[in-house]
Design a protein around this ligand. Structure first.
Ligand SMILES: *Cc1c(COP(=O)(O)O)cnc(C)c1O
Length: 366
């Protein structure tokens, strides 16, 4: 197959660096590590990922089925709200099921009695810099916050899930938050077999004190007599893929502009949602451009960067950090050509695993 831009390029060697950190953390802490599919679900590289991880966790029935079918290992099922018609399929595919509320547990729990059942707790404290992504925001629907209400149903529960970190690179902050969780929930933690501490701990960030985290998790497990699970997404795939694009046109309107054959809203929507700029490196040189997408959205801008040479139609650019929350969110806005998916092997060979065409666009609409 041809290698035409735009395409997402997954770098197996870069992925491996993160996976080895995860394996070290697993050994240091005794925790089991499950990939959060909501962050990254590009299954053609699951063969590599499953060697270093224990399984997957999900946030919907389809993610659950994908995890069971394409990844294997321990498969956790979670949903903010299961529909009645989904629960039997969820139980059939899952090793453990986690309900988001006491009311869901009471209504559907009996149909899930064949497998361990858990409940999501909302500890009311979190590490998140964005209200949009803060599970502990006011009026949050994400998990049960009422200790007494959880105590009433504890006999039906084997475990808890607590997800209240987000891109947290600060071990001291994680340690403090976990301490607050323990203060409030310790009597109930002692009555279950397992606790998932969710995702959002950026243990693959440069300089992260992995030993300290491992020791803290081991202490938590011992103190409460539980098996700890972690559900990382971003930390596992950080900086392991790029979006490869080509400049189609340049123009000038107060600034030098370059339009590329991809789009923020369609191919990197988190840039718009969280007000971020894509990363292009090395971002040095005498020629500064605003790099823009090709949709009609006026603010379809990847960012501003310095280049060593003027950009011209045909110039190739590489946008970093295109793995987590990127491929799982791509869409057909503006009917813009969907980036193919390619994989770079450790020996440098690149092969395309999937291309998308007009038929895929039509098929997504009717
Ligand atoms: C989003 C999410 C994760 C993964 O979070 P990352 O920040 O990508 O590590 C894990 N568990 C739950 C319940 C989540 O909602």
């Amino acid at each position: 197959m041809s290698l035409q831009t735009p395409y997402y390029l997954i770098d197996r060697a870069a992925l491996l660096v993160n996976l080895r950190q995860a394996a070290r953390l697993r050994a240091l802490s005794g925790a089991k590590i499950l990939l959060a599919l909501k962050c990254f679900a590009t299954w053609p590289v699951f063969d590599l990922m499953r060697e270093y991880l224990d399984g997957t966790t999900s946030s919907s029935l389809y993610e659950l089925q994908l995890g069971r079918e394409k990844f294997g290992g321990e498969t956790h099922a979670y949903s903010v709200a299961w529909a009645d018609r989904e629960i039997d399929a969820a139980v059939a595919n899952a090793d453990k099921i986690i309900f988001n509320s006491v009311s869901q547990l009471q209504r559907l729990g009996a149909r899930a009695a064949a497998i361990p059942r858990g409940l999501r707790l909302n500890p009311g404290v979190s590490a998140s810099n964005y209200d949009l992504a803060d599970p502990a925001r006011p009026f949050s629907r994400l998990g049960e916050a009422d200790v007494a209400r959880v105590e009433e149903v504890i006999a039906q529960l084997d475990g808890f899930m607590i997800h209240n970190n987000c891109d947290n690179r600060d071990f001291a902050r994680f340690d403090r938050l976990l301490g607050q969780v323990e203060e409030r929930w310790a009597p109930l933690l002692a009555r279950v077999d397992w606790v998932s501490l969710g995702g959002g701990i950026h243990f693959t960030a440069p300089g992260y004190p992995l030993e300290a985290l491992g020791a803290r998790l081991a202490r938590f497990a011992e103190r409460h007599g539980v098996q700890v699970f972690l559900e990382p997404g971003e930390a596992l795939v950080h900086d392991s893929a790029t979006l490869e694009v080509t400049v189609l046109d340049t123009l000038h309107n107060g600034k030098a502009l370059a339009v590329v054959d991809a789009a923020t809203e369609a191919h990197m929507p988190d840039l718009l949602i969280y007000g971020l700029q894509a990363r292009i490196e090395p971002d040095r040189g005498a020629h500064r451009y605003m790099v823009c997408g090709r949709t009609c959205l006026a603010g379809d801008v990847f960012g501003e960067y310095d280049f060593p040479e003027p950009l011209v139609p045909g110039s190739r650019l590489s946008l970093r950090d295109a793995a987590g929350y990127t491929m799982v969110k791509k869409n057909w806005f503006n009917g813009v050509g969907m980036p193919a998916i390619a994989v770079k092997e450790p020996d440098g060979r690149v092969h395309v695993v999937r291309e998308f065409g007009y038929r895929d666009y039509v098929g997504s609409l009717g």
